[in-house]
Design a protein around this ligand. Sequence first.
Ligand SMILES: Cc1cc2nc3c(=O)[nH]c(=O)nc-3n(C[C@H](O)[C@H](O)[C@H](O)COP(=O)(O)OP(=O)(O)OC[C@H]3O[C@@H](n4cnc5c(N)ncnc54)[C@H](O)[C@@H]3O)c2cc1C
Length: 440
Amino acid sequence: MRERWDAIVIGAGIGGLTAAAHLVHAGLRVLVLERSPHIGGTAYVYRRKGFAFPMGPLGFSHPVLVQNTLRALGVEKDLKFSRVHYRLRAFGFDMPLSLPFSELIKELSKSFPADAAGIEHFFRDIRRHLFKQGSGSNWSGFGQKPKLSASEYLQHLIKDWRLRRILGSIGTREPYSGLPILAAMWNLMSNEGIWFPEGGMDSFCEGIATAVVGKNERSGEIRLNQGVAKIRTDRRKVLGVILKDGTELDSSSVISNADYKTTFLHLIDPNSIPPEWYEAVSCARQTGSVFQVCLGVDAGKADLSVFKEASKLIYRKEGQKVSEIKDLDWKVQEIDPEALAGQELEVSLWGKDWEAISSDGRAALVIRAEAEYKHFARYRLGWRQRSPNYLEYKTRLARALIQEIDHLMPDLEKSILVMDVATPLTFEDQGGRSEGAVAG
Ligand SMILES: Cc1cc2nc3c(=O)[nH]c(=O)nc-3n(C[C@H](O)[C@H](O)[C@H](O)COP(=O)(O)OP(=O)(O)OC[C@H]3O[C@@H](n4cnc5c(N)ncnc54)[C@H](O)[C@@H]3O)c2cc1C
């Protein structure tokens, strides 16, 4: 007899586990199927020689929502969060970023006195936009043209090109988003904050998993190493799933936590969804991914003083002229490692208050640069399989980033105990999201 479940959830990432836990809490029998050997998906934390490194998030926003979710599901775990503070180390500045708007305005105006009025104006617009957003109005708050890009808007408002980048990207990049997203990003950075769970990044997923598995026979079950090949449908009705090994399972409710490309382009029969959905999903672009160097260091040898006021630094090599600051051309066969090291880098002392990774004189550092999936895709032979020169290439790139960060942390190289390098291919295969996309 085939197994029958009230609901089947594909994927044991944060989203899948949370959905499953709510359904179990409502009294349903729920099966979670995960193709990886672990839960967590993109929020998975992996271990190398005693160090823990992130497969995705370095922190969460909205800790109260996380806490309330756990409480609503009856999870006893009481997660505590500590704020992750950000600093900018670029363009000759060393300044805090994660300050309330009023303090940020003062700080930025000290560094850019000629643009003080523009800075005031910018944050006034951001505040008005956030207020209107909260009240459900679609008023844009940014002058007459709601469709104005952040770049166009700042071009009119701010004289100094460095400040346009700082305000427009919360970093050193050319503004890349629309204004509503920029307002939301500044709100997260300054008001809501980014937070790290003190029990470690994986404690949230573990907490939710306990709510799925529960204590009685009506609880759910999580099966690892169980990839779903297809969602079974009959016209537009869901019947269940087929696993990669051919096993068929029945359920009239299937919830996919796989990313939208995987779900709509691979798991569902195209005939069972409206053609315009299929078209829209095919054409939609994934967000970018990252190149990541994780370092387990001997804290006795490494100079960690650069993280005294903030555990996360937005860094760019000093002394670059505006004409030299260019985006990388990812279409070339191999990126010049120096050019990658000249891009904006995010340098984090990861989980500094998390005993598991920052005790016994050890510390975990994470260096990230934006990276394009397509550039690395030619090294991909299959799921978790790479061509032979992949390792040498990614190590060469990683070395250049480490040498660059040596400017912030002298003698960094001598303190390294473990190095692990991830590319968009890693985020795709180990985290589980198409093209290793940072956002879904
Ligand atoms: C490099 C990087 C940095 C990030 N940084 C941050 C951050 O700082 N802060 C933040 O809030 N967010 C961050 N994010 C985003 C955050 O990690 C994700 O939004 C969140 O973890 C996504 O959870 P999810 O459950 O929606 O999906 P996922 O975590 O992608 O889970 C999907 C799950 O489905 C499984 N799956 C897929 N297909 C199948 C199948 N056919 N059969 C069975 N299982 C399947 C996958 O293996 C995976 O476990 C980052 C992401 C990345 C990649």
